[in-house]
Write a protein that binds this ligand. Structure first.
Ligand code: NAD
Length: 438
């Protein structure tokens, strides 16, 4: 059992704090956002993440998990300090590390005995070394600490399962002492046989970006194949299925759609390009992926234009604002690209999402938000389905058609069958299967 402090109680930090407590450690979650800590201290959670509340409640009840805004005391009481603060894109696309430096400085100022500083945030290669130098400088050259890179691979929407049962744990450190402590922290997983990879700091930092960029490339590749299918008459689902039967390819991340979004792939691909540039190494693949993904997002409007050339004065129902189902996170959601284009061409939006509306309102406060899918569809000239929430998979299509002014349905996620939609009287456009209906 280790005494741990997790700084940052966002999607990664809160899941990490709750998960590490579930492994039997004693954990303090820290955030500068007082409103988040208040919600946590009152027994709630500040984000939508299935299954997380139960794990938090269980560990708070067991006395293994608590929350505070007092970072100094939390660090002083802990041997292991995780930094899980945000690393959003800076102006040039590079990772903004200001929050990491703030946490490292607090760590240095509270180094009352040996401690390990662990970077759980996604940070560019070289950050571990810089963190070490910064802590040394700010602590007045104390040497009773180590720095570790322990990137996180969880997915929003299934974060609890991903953390408690990961494909692998990656721990980068040159220090034997720190590696031993980290094995203690993750003992529960190691004992269950979870792959536990020990590397140097630089490899661990690169593993995170390389993994995310690779998945972004995979999604983008199948999106381009879908675009080809739409022109020549193939069915991208059949293509992806057969491709995925090849063990070297695997069927995962071969789902065509409106382009990747979220808090990780867009910012991590941009940051990786900047890392390549900084070190004078060429990357054509990652740059092309970012460019193709922008095209894919804008391409959603082209799908609508293909059946409705003039958008002026038209009412468009948008189903889904989150970048994927089971999350309230709308960071870099493709919908944020689609809506401004529609509005700039004179269309009126009626939008609905089961849980992400509040988050979306921060960037789009004046949109006409509806309480359910049917309200959004009521009076619409076209529907664009942007997120494959389960509740959109079984819409009452007779009711949908009756509510609409004209039965135009754009399914960017391929959750409806083109033949069935045509039979139900819709003008139906999807992603890489559109011609299958005709
Ligand atoms: P987030 O924005 O949800 O949470 C970050 C939290 O850190 C916020 O609650 C914020 O208030 C807090 N914070 C910022 N500065 C602080 C400070 N100085 N002291 C204390 N708290 C502070 O971010 P996130 O989505 O949890 O991502 C965190 C990191 O994990 C990022 O580097 C991200 O790339 C990485 N990551 C995210 C995911 C994901 O799915 N969200 C998955 C893997 C890795």
């Amino acid at each position: 059992m280790k005494k741990i402090c997790v700084v940052g109680t966002g999607y990664v930090g809160l899941v990490t704090a709750a998960g590490l407590a579930d492994f039997g450690n004693s954990v303090i979650g820290v955030d500068i956002d007082e409103s988040k800590i208040k919600i946590l201290q009152e027994g709630g959670i500040p984000i939508y993440e299935p299954g997380l509340l139960e794990v938090v409640e269980r560990n708070v009840r067991a006395g293994r998990l608590s929350f505070t805004t007092d970072i100094n005391e939390a660090i002083q009481k802990s041997e292991v300090v995780f930094s899980a603060v945000g690393t959003p894109p800076g102006e040039g696309g590079e990772a903004d590390l200001r929050a990491v430096w703030t946490v490292a400085t607090s760590f240095a100022k509270n180094l009352n005995e040996y401690k390990v500083f662990i970077n759980k945030s996604t940070v560019p290669v070289g950050t571990g070394r810089k963190t070490l130098e910064l802590i040394q400088e700010k602590s007045g050259d104390k040497d009773c600490f180590d720095v570790v890179s322990n990137p996180e691979f969880l997915r929003e929407g299934s974060a609890v399962g991903d953390f408690l049962n990961p494909d692998r744990v990656v721990v980068g450190s040159r220090s034997k002492k720190a590696q031993t402590i980290m094995r203690d922290v993750y003992r529960a997983l190691i004992m269950r046989g979870v792959a536990y990879v020990e590397t140097n700091i630089e490899s661990a930092e690169i593993i995170k970006y390389a993994s995310n960029a690779f998945l972004a490339v995979k999604i983008t590749f199948i999106n381009e194949i879908a675009n080809l299918c739409d022109v020549v008459g193939g069915d991208v689902n059949e293509v992806a299925k057969a491709m995925g039967l090849d063990g070297r390819i695997s069927p995962k991340f071969l789902h065509a759609g409106p382009g990747f979004g979220g808090s990780c792939f867009p910012k991590d691909t941009m940051a990786l390009v900047e890392i390549f540039k900084e070190h004078g190494v060429k990357t054509r693949v990652v740059e092309a992926t970012i460019e193709a993904n922008e095209y894919q997002k804008e391409g959603v409007v082209n799908k609508l234009r293909s059946v409705m050339p003039d958008l002026k004065g038209k009412t468009i129902a948008i189903l889904g604002l989150a970048f994927k189902p089971e999350t309230d996170d709308t960071r870099f959601s493709p919908t944020k690209v689609v809506i401004p284009i529609l509005e700039s061409e004179g269309a009126k939006i009626q939008a609905y999402d089961p849980v992400a509306t509040e988050d979306f309102k921060r960037d789009f406060p004046d949109l006409d938000y509806k309480k359910n899918a049917y309200e959004a569809i009521d009076g619409a000239d076209a529907v664009i389905l942007m997120t494959e929430w389960n509740e959109f998979r079984s819409l009452d299509l007779v009711r949908v058609k009756k509510l609409m002014k004209s039965p135009i349905f754009i399914d960017t996620r391929n959750i409806y069958d083109p033949r069935m939609m045509k039979k139900n009287g819709f003008r139906f456009v999807c992603t890489g299967r559109t011609k299958c209906a005709y």
